[in-house]
Each structure stands twice: as C-alpha cells, then as structure tokens.
Design a protein around this ligand. Structure first.
Ligand SMILES: [Zn+2]
Length: 259
C-alpha cells in the first residue's frame, strides 16, 4: 500500500468531507493521509477525494509544480491550490488554461436565472434545460466555453478544462461568484444579448416599433433594442435597472475584497 499526504488550500476545501477537514493524522488537522495501490496520477488522487481537477490551478510536490498526469510516489506530500487572484504564477505552472479573448459560457439545467443575467450582461451563454452531461462537456471543450455547474461529476470529466462549481443557491450571488472568479468586471461586453435566446440585440428606432409599445413605455423611454431571433423588444426599463444595481453592488464588494 502506498501512502501520501494531501493538503488542500482555500476554496478547494469546500469540496472536502468532514474527515478531510479535520484530518486523519493525530495533531495535524490540515493534512490528510491517503492510501492507494498501483499507479496513480495527481489527478487520480485529487479526484478520489471528490475535488474536481478543473478547480485545481497548482500542485506542488517538494516545492515544485507538477501537472495532472504526474505519477505520484509513496511518501510524497501534495499541496493543492485553487485559482487565486493575486497569486503570481508563471503561466506554465498553472493547470487552468488562460481565458480565451471572448468569454463564453455553457450552463447546466439548474442555472437558468444565472444564464439570463449573463446574457443580459452580454456574455455569449448557452443554456437549455435538456443538455445532457456529454453534450455540456463537449460544448465546453470545443469552443472553449466556461462550464458553470453544481455537478461535480461533470467538473471531473477529462475533456473539461475551464469550469466553475457554483456555490450559492441564489442567482444574484452566483453571478457575483462567477464575475469574481474569472475577473470579468472589466470584460463585460458592449452589446447586450437576449435573455431568452442568447442572440446579440440590435438597436431599433422608436418609430419603427411604436405600435408595439405600452403607453407608459412610449412616454418614458427613448432607446430600444430588438432580438433578431424572437423579435422581443428591450429598453432600459426595470429589468436592466435591477441588473445595473446588482452589478454596482458586486463591483463594490469585489473591489473591497481585492484591496
Ligand atoms: Zn430573443
């Protein structure tokens, strides 16, 4: 039987069981002894603890970075780190790939409200309540898109590289988690998208759609956009106002945290 010591840092501890968190080595609450047989890579060992490889950005053994395919030797000691802001790492040591120039998402079936928020902010976001796990994984890996889910099994699929395990049950907090984790406040696109069908909205003159507006909307709003897919009309009314307010709140909080 081979034996290794594991230590998980920061938000990776959210994935651990009570036994992991208290440790199974007397007097050493931060370490966890794991026993295994045969050949196991760092990835095998980490995922055997139900921590998805997609959440791990750095693994150190004797102070040296190793990758997810490293064959772990008995007696080794693994320090396992999440993606951390302000953590200066050279790119070749990082296990999570750099975000592509345009940030795109794919979301699992439980995150419908979060999908609307991301689309309204302008992020290209695929969401359907009938994508199955293999579809979600290949949509995430082909483009690539950031996979957002609360399903650990999905995060552990080999082809998935960019992903985030959403913690909160509340869509507003979920949005905050995602914007913070991927540092997206500065990357919010110019063009909004239709929360229903993800198409980029097009500007439309008030004159053109006058007959479709309610009297109060007609009176108080001047700027309109239209979804080329579903033909729905959007304006800076209550929905966008709520989203703007939420965004301002998130911005304040993230700036406060990163100070
Ligand atoms: Zn639409």
């Amino acid at each position: 039987m081979k034996k290794v010591q594991l230590r998980f840092y920061g938000p990776l501890r959210d994935f651990l069981s009570e036994e992991h968190l208290t440790g199974n080595l007397p007097g050493q609450s931060k370490f966890f002894i794991y026993k295994f047989q045969g050949r196991q890579t760092t990835r095998d060992i980490i995922e055997a603890q139900r921590v998805p490889h997609t959440a791990v950005d750095l693994i150190l053994i004797r102070g040296k970075p190793v990758d997810l395919s490293y064959l772990v030797q008995s007696g080794e000691y693994l320090s396992i780190y999440p993606a951390w802001r302000n953590f200066e790492l050279s790119p070749e040591d990082k296990l999570i790939p750099v975000l592509p120039a345009e940030t795109k998402f794919v979301l699992d079936a439980h995150l419908g409200k979060l999908a609307s928020y991301l689309r309204m902010l302008g992020f290209d976001t695929l969401y359907r309540n009938d994508f199955d796990d293999p579809e979600l994984a290949s949509l995430a890996s082909e483009t690539p898109r950031i996979l957002l889910t609360r399903d650990r099994g999905l995060l552990m699929r080999r082809q998935v590289k960019l992903a985030y395990f959403v913690r909160s049950d509340y869509p507003a907090v979920q949005l905050e988690e995602v914007l913070e984790r991927f540092e997206l406040l500065e990357r919010i696109p110019e063009i909004r998208r239709c929360p229903v069908c993800n198409r980029a909205l097009e500007k439309v003159s008030k004159q053109e759609i006058l007959d479709r507006l309610e009297p109060l909307t007609k009176k108080y709003y001047q700027k309109f956009s239209r979804c080329p897919d579903c033909n729905k009309i959007y304006w800076q009314g209550s929905h966008y106002k709520q989203l703007e307010e939420l965004l301002q709140k998130i911005e304040k909080k993230i700036k406060f945290i990163s100070k």
